[in-house]
Design a protein around this ligand. Structure first.
Ligand code: NA7
Length: 557
């Protein structure tokens, strides 16, 4: 069927995760090839080019830790890196490590089938590439399958339709345009203020009001940067053993251990400083205790009153449906104040739902909005969506989609029973989106790399997580989430944004450091929870030869 020589491994995706995984496996002597849907490297930062797209992790630690030279050389100019800067960073990584030659770009994987007889996977792309490999490592990101709601008449719209998570490479000129933004999650909240500066008019279609905290972005002080760079190893170490991959200590104080005045002053200071500190650095119990949470939520609602001039608009912007922090807390630059602009209108979709999209705009139950552009900032089929889109079929031809019908069941978020030799970087059940991603990605990449090197030394051609290990881990993930307020929110963490998706808490809340320790213990105990089988490893570790058939290149057997 596939006439090219089998590979040791394929890597799917060329963002942070795929680039590093490729480098690790290649340097460890595996024959490996990568496939990437985009026409360039960068992953999330290749696709999310919408106005205002920016990382909510500070630039000092939103980077790889395994490249000490680049770490020193890369300029740290702004507190939060924008999309173009992060994309340039990843392109630089790809060039320095000579990784581009190892990837086929513009190659969307649509089928991945496991052959039980040979213990190998066959991969196919929409563009006609095929490859076989012993191992598959997915590096497809957690937020890469765009959620495009099916509004009636959407296809009839005669203007420009855009999605924040799939933004065109060529700049989009919004000057003088009447623009709708549907969605007020992190992407909407970042883009609305920037679009409002360009467009003639912006109509924001809000289904659920969101809490957002000022990013307080700005240039970084040179002395601060120099000091940070001197101490990089220590910052990295702290991040690896932290709760969320940030090199800062979370608060150990309850919101009720202090007086009301002190509490307010603490929130005020965090609001002024900007960033996630508002949640993690103020009080330890904000996402654990409803009363504590209310104090933070009420603080933000008061801020909205102070910032937004029209009391009716302020009221509409105040989140009341979920505890603060149980949906991903966006960081913003000028979000609430943007609603004071004369060219910005807020529509509450809970009061006046969308009835249809017409050739010229959006009709809600209250009337028609004439539009030139509709921007869907409607998020993603998070964590499971990107994996299910790969067309994965494991033992017995069972699809991953079918295996996860009741929700994802993984061992450590990195392996799935019934799908041997498949590893999922930052998969569901791992800290992933609840952490500073490069830290979690590096941990997974290194752990997977070490596992494959370990397996190569043993007569183990097939590696598979046991049903029991996955069941126990999946229970544990839910139990940990159950100790928090998270399950109260209809969030994408819970799968609640996608109609019909099972409600199960998707990432692991147990903390980056604790999770790392758990993975290390699993390895130290001979990869407990995995079964290794097969007569020979079949991994010669060769590094040359043509391993991939290209479109028109393969003959059917
Ligand atoms: P999010 O956070 O999922 O936000 C999507 C927004 O779109 C949110 O306000 C949704 O409202 C809204 N939405 C989704 N479907 C619809 C429909 N059918 N009608 C109206 N409004 C809808 O995605 P983002 O891209 O902003 O952010 C994703 C992550 O990327 C972010 O958390 C960071 O981690 C980076 P809802 O709240 O569901 O009522």
């Amino acid at each position: 069927m596939v006439d090219a020589e089998p590979l040791d491994a394929v890597v799917i995706g060329a963002g942070f995760a795929g680039l590093y995984m490729m480098y690790r496996l290649r340097e460890d002597g595996f024959s490996v090839h990568g496939f990437e849907r985009g026409d360039g490297v960068g992953g999330t930062w290749y696709w999310n080019r919408y106005p205002g797209a920016r990382c909510d992790s500070e630039i000092m630690y939103y980077s790889f830790s395994f490249l000490p030279d680049l770490e020193q050389e890369w300029p740290l100019t702004e507190r939060y890196p924008g999309q173009p800067e992060i994309l340039r960073y990843l392109e630089e990584v790809a060039d320095r490590l000579d990784l581009r030659k190892d990837f086929t770009l513009g190659a969307e994987v649509t089928a991945l089938e496991f052959d039980e007889a040979s213990g190998r996977w066959t991969l196919r792309t929409a563009q006609g590439h095929e490859a076989t490999a012993r191992y598959v490592v997915t590096a497809v990101g957690c937020l890469s399958a765009a959620n495009q709601p099916a509004f009636p008449g959407a296809e009839s719209f005669g203007g420009v339709t855009l999605h924040t998570g799939n933004w065109p490479r060529d700049p989009v000129d919004l000057a003088g345009k009447r623009v709708a933004v549907i969605g007020t999650g992190a992407s909407g909240i970042q883009s609305i203020p920037v679009i409002a500066e360009q467009a003639a008019h912006v109509t924001v279609f809000q289904r659920t009001a969101q809490f957002t905290i000022p990013a307080e972005n700005g240039p970084l002080d040179e002395q601060f940067v120099a000091l940070w760079k001197q101490n990089y190893p220590e910052w990295r170490r702290r991040a690896r053993h932290s709760a969320a991959g940030f090199p800062y200590h979370p608060s150990v104080t309850s919101a009720f251990e202090v007086s009301e005045a002190e509490r307010r002053a603490t929130f005020e200071a965090a609001w002024g400083a900007g960033g996630f500190t508002f949640l993690s650095g103020t009080f330890r119990d904000l996402v654990l205790d409803e009363a504590a949470n209310d104090t933070a939520a009420e603080f933000v609602r008061k801020k909205i009153d102070e910032i937004v001039r029209d009391p009716q608009v302020a009221e509409m912007l105040k989140p009341r449906d979920f505890p603060i922090g149980t949906k991903r807390l966006p960081l913003d630059t000028n979000y609430y104040v943007t609603f004071n602009r004369p060219n910005v209108t807020l529509v509450d979709l809970k009061r006046t739902p969308v009835e249809e999209i017409t050739a010229t705009g959006i009709r809600t139950s209250a009337g028609h909005h004439d539009l030139d552009v509709i921007v869907y900032a409607t998020g993603f089929d998070a964590l499971t969506g990107p994996l299910e889109a790969l067309g994965i079929r494991g033992r017995g031809g069972r699809s991953l989609r079918d295996a996860w019908r009741e929700g994802p069941r993984t061992y450590l978020g990195v392996a799935v029973p019934g799908f041997p030799n498949l590893f999922t970087i930052t998969g569901p059940g791992s800290p992933s989106v609840l952490s500073n991603m490069p830290v979690s990605i590096e941990q997974h990449v290194e752990w997977i790399g070490e596992f494959l090197s370990w397996a190569r030394e043993r007569p183990a051609g097939v590696i598979e997580a046991t049903e029991q290990a996955a069941a126990d881990w999946t229970d544990h993930v839910q139990q940990v989430a159950g100790h928090t307020l998270h399950p109260q929110a209809a969030s994408w963490y819970m799968g609640a944004n996608i109609p019909g998706k099972p409600r199960i808490f998707l990432p692991y809340l147990g903390g980056v450091g604790a999770y790392r320790d758990r993975c290390s213990a699993v390895a130290a105990n001979g990869y407990e929870g995995f079964v290794l089988s097969g007569e020979e490893s079949g991994l010669p570790g060769e590094r040359s030869g043509d391993h991939v058939t290209r479109p028109g290149d393969h003959r059917a057997a």
